[in-house]
Design a protein around this ligand. Sequence first.
Ligand code: ATP
Ligand code: FE2
Length: 330
Amino acid sequence: MTPSEPIILGLEGTAHTAGVAVIKGKEIIANTSSTYFPPQGGIHPREAAIYLAKEFPQLIGDTFKGLPFGIDKIDGIAFSQGPGLGPCLRTTATVARAISLRLGIPLLGVNHCIAHVELGRTITPADDPLVLYVSGGNTQLITFLNGRYRVLGETLDIAIGNALDTLGREMNLPHPGGPHIEKQAQTGQELLPLPYTIKGMSFSFSGMVTAAKKLIPKHSTADICYSFQEYTFAILAEATERALSCTKKKSVLLTGGVAANAHLQEVIQKVADEQDSSFYVVPRNLAGDNGVMIAFAGTHLLNTGEILPIQESQVKPRWRTDQVQVGWIS
Ligand code: ATP
Ligand code: FE2
């Protein structure tokens, strides 16, 4: 950490998690979050937004109570401008704009997907990696080329995390289903047949969810979870293998909420090993949505002078990874 490095407050609020973090350079000074769990079913956008509106003031207040300096010492306020659920994004943006105006500090609009990537680039040695970004709302193979992160392949329908959570609900597992499916899969024994859909470096999971639901009355939860993970992770491995053999990248980075899955880590590690690439994964405690990743990406924006005027700070619910001009990588 050098004295000149800016202190950034990062706010994550694209969906279920209100994340608040303070960073300086690569140092995480504070990191806290609070996650909305729907009483039943999936996430209702308006209810999640009401939850975020309640949580942010408390989380921000508590963060600075625990620090030796006040909020007036921050050099920039970064927030998740998209993609995500409209009501959640608008709530988070409102909090960020208020702080920016009150303190007269730069507002930094961060793309949430790129933040997952930048987190990995900051806290692991992955330099110019092939990225497998796996989460509840996104599943993409990403690499940097000519000023942008390019999407080499992606889900053609639902994301891997969404697929896991949907199947988990059908099996009456608690929300989110991903970690529970991981646990159940450890005791599964029989590999049940499921459809395997891959098109080049893109893939699809919704047909597999439909097929897996039909297995529920006839087979054990453990066998279904085991089979579902084996098939979906094999698809991700095959797409990663193709992207790696095309790009010849020397490292593979696994990031996003589903990166917490130990079996997925093993499968992707094997792909990297076979092609003589290094494998890196974000630590489990930072795999899911958090304010740290927003703050790291915000630091890049501040350093390259990409400050967001308030009048242009409307949220972008469908903002794609490859729509962002990346000025901080040469
Ligand atoms: P994004 O906007 O990036 O899509 P998100 O809203 O999905 O983000 P994340 O926290 O990045 O939020 O990812 C949450 C997903 O991660 C959920 O679908 C959850 O089931 C999944 N997940 C968390 N832990 C595990 C695990 N151990 N195994 C599998 N999936 C997991
Ligand atoms: Fe995320």
